[in-house]
Design a protein around this ligand. Structure first.
Ligand SMILES: NC(=O)C1=CN([C@@H]2O[C@H](COP(=O)(O)OP(=O)(O)OC[C@H]3O[C@@H](n4cnc5c(N)ncnc54)[C@H](OP(=O)(O)O)[C@@H]3O)[C@@H](O)[C@H]2O)C=CC1
Ligand SMILES: CC(=O)N[C@@H](CCC(=O)OP(=O)(O)O)C(=O)O
Length: 313
């Protein structure tokens, strides 16, 4: 069986990376749009409707347009943008979310993939809520350190021009406290309150690590760092793309530091717990263009098609 696949936004950062993943696949026929017609609505519509699976690697507005262009019941859309991540009728493209998520992805023709920061945050926090360690009412915060490819072509160009001294140091952003990933972070963890979230973009291409600091007093009475690590290990048992590291694992650290690029060029997420008898640091790292975007989109396609979930990854 050969599946026709179209990437709307094929020249963008996530689109190019998806093409790299698909290049080695014998079961995929890639439909390509002529370079001069990349934004031609009629041609995009023709290819979207000809595809069995279409990835939307576009700004939100263009993703919404693309969703309206599909007028057949066969095409499965997998949207990398923020446009549909909490929209009814769209399955959330995170197979490891809970035991029922693969069935939803398999059955859906509309799949919205998580944002890069949100993927890491949700994978770290959701098991604690499900295990009753963290109340849905909890008031928590999170930081995320990310490479500049998370900002797409324009941010890559800005950093790679490399003439501005301010770009050599890490830059906290989203200081209006309304980062676009907050709604999906709440919707897919069950938290009723948005975390206080501060992303920080650094002068490196890719790699991302979210850190959630917690006082033990914020967890279920009597809970210890061991319980948090064990809840993560139980939630992700058998998952090939999620690695739960041993508690306070010295082997995770290099010269005492956590390498935010250690999952680069993989589709893996590492989850780490550090802590003492009062506090915890819960950490998740991934490649923002791997499990944070393009790898995750290919994984969601594999789940949807019912082929080996790790094919091409
Ligand atoms: N980069 C990352 O790490 C992640 C990105 N995402 C999301 O994925 C989506 C794509 O991001 P990314 O690849 O980084 O962005 P880029 O800016 O690198 O690429 C977007 C592409 O879409 C094209 N485009 C814009 N408008 C249209 C249109 N109307 N019709 C057809 N093509 C259009 C652009 O064309 P042109 O080349 O002319 O500019 C560009 O090639 C975004 O919604 C982003 O938020 C999600 C997770 C992680
Ligand atoms: C460095 C940088 O700017 N990163 C982007 C995240 C990109 C991503 O995951 O997101 P979406 O698909 O939701 O756009 C940001 O924080 O807005």
């Amino acid at each position: 069986m050969t599946y026709k696949v179209f990437v709307d936004g094929q020249e963008g950062t996530t689109g190019l990376r998806i093409h790299e993943y698909l290049a080695a696949r014998g079961d995929i026929e890639v439909l390509r749009i002529d370079a001069d017609k990349r934004k031609d609505a009629a041609e995009r519509s023709r290819l979207l409707n000809a595809a069995d699976v279409a990835f939307l690697c576009l700004p939100d507005v263009a993703s919404r347009e693309a969703a309206f262009m599909v007028n057949n019941s066969n095409t499965c859309l997998i949207d990398a943008s923020t446009a549909h991540r909490t929209t009814p009728g769209w399955a959330f493209g995170l197979p490891e979310l809970d035991r029922g998520q693969r069935t939803k992805i398999r059955g859906a023709k509309r799949i919205a993939n998580p944002g890069c920061h949100a993927s890491a945050f949700i994978l770290a926090v959701r098991p604690l809520v499900d295990a009753g360690l963290l109340s849905p009412d909890a008031l928590i915060s999170a930081t995320s350190i990310t490479g500049y490819s998370g900002g797409g072509k324009s941010m890559i160009a800005q950093y790679e021009a490399a003439s501005e001294p301010k770009l050599t140091s890490p830059r906290p952003y989203a200081l209006g406290l309304t980062h676009k990933h907050l709604p999906e972070m709440m919707a897919h963890t069950g938290l009723k309150n948005a975390p206080v979230f501060m992303p920080i973009v650094g002068n490196f291409y890719k790699g991302l690590a979210v850190t959630v600091p917690l006082h033990l007093s914020q967890l279920r009475a009597g809970a210890r760092p061991e319980d948090v690590q064990q809840a993560l290990a139980a939630h992700y048992e058998g998952e090939r793309f999620v690695r739960v590291l041993p508690l306070r694992d010295p082997a995770t650290l290099e010269e005492g530091a956590f390498d935010v690029q250690a999952c680069n060029d993989t589709n893996r997420v590492d989850l780490a717990v550090f802590g003492n008898d009062q506090q915890i640091l819960l950490m998740a790292r991934l490649d923002n263009l791997g499990k944070g975007a393009s790898g995750a989109a290919v994984q969601a396609m594999n789940v949807h098609l019912g082929v080996d979930e790790g094919l091409g990854l």
